[in-house]
Design a protein around this ligand. Structure first.
Ligand SMILES: *[C@@H]1O[C@H](CO)[C@@H](O)[C@H](O)[C@H]1NC(C)=O
Length: 221
């Protein structure tokens, strides 16, 4: 028997109390608080379901459970978890650039979030991509935070918009990162370091040249 309280709103207005009775992994009968009675899916469950449905005291108890069980415990569990959510840091980067007929690979990583449950998906011009996506499990860092990584293999087309979408309890709106194919952050860092080095080199060379000239002209003797 599996008992579930299913909800997605913070005021619990959509709370559903669900009792599922199974044997050998086959669902026999189910109580759904929205329906308000047991429905059965196998012949052998029919008799039991009818007996339960006709037991008014039992059915009253189940009906009350939406409040006394589900909403009651949801409040307790949420105060322990939902109020302690930590928003993921989302990073979108290039793993491999397209070469010939080899596709490009992008990586979307979410770091340091809590709780574990998260959804990472990819959009191409607003349309969900599925077949080209491989994702890791949520990985525990061991400090209550989690991380997850999702890779997208795709053939770039000019003018398209690729986005990584992260859905997590810490944020009512999905976190969307758009891919900017022009210069990636690591490339930008390389360019910055390279040009800093170049400027520094020119300064040192110029200083050396001036020093040499002045010295050879005999000014400092
Ligand atoms: C419970 O019943 C309602 C109404 O029929 C239905 O919309 C809902 O999907 C059911 N919930 C589950 C988890 O089966």
């Amino acid at each position: 028997m599996m008992i579930e309280c299913i909800y997605s709103t913070s005021d619990y207005s959509d709370m559903v109390f669900l009792v599922s009775m199974s044997f050998n992994k086959v669902l026999d009968a189910q109580y759904n608080s929205t329906v308000g009675k047991f429905v059965w899916f196998t012949e052998q469950a029919e008799k039991s379901a009818e007996i339960w449905n006709n037991n008014q005291a039992f059915m009253q108890g189940l009906k009350a459970d939406v409040d006394t069980y589900c909403r009651h415990y949801a409040r307790i569990v949420d105060s322990a978890v939902r109020d302690k959510t930590v928003k993921p840091k989302v990073k979108l980067s290039s793993v491999k650039q397209a070469e010939g007929n080899h596709p490009a690979v992008l990586m979307c990583s979410a770091y340091e979030f809590y709780p574990e449950r998260i959804k990472v998906s990819w959009l191409r011009d607003g349309k969900l991509m599925t077949s080209e996506v491989t994702s890791t499990m949520e990985m525990a860092d061991g400090d209550w935070y989690y991380q997850i990584h999702s890779q997208l293999e795709y053939t770039p087309k000019s003018g398209e918009k690729i986005s990584c979408v992260v859905e997590h309890a810490s944020s009512p709106q999905p976190i969307v990162k758009d891919w900017n194919p022009s210069i990636s952050e690591s490339d930008r860092n390389k360019i910055t370091i390279g040009s800093s080095g170049l400027v520094l080199g020119i300064i040192i060379a110029a200083a050396g040249l001036i020093y040499y000239k002045k010295k050879s002209s005999g000014q400092w003797r």
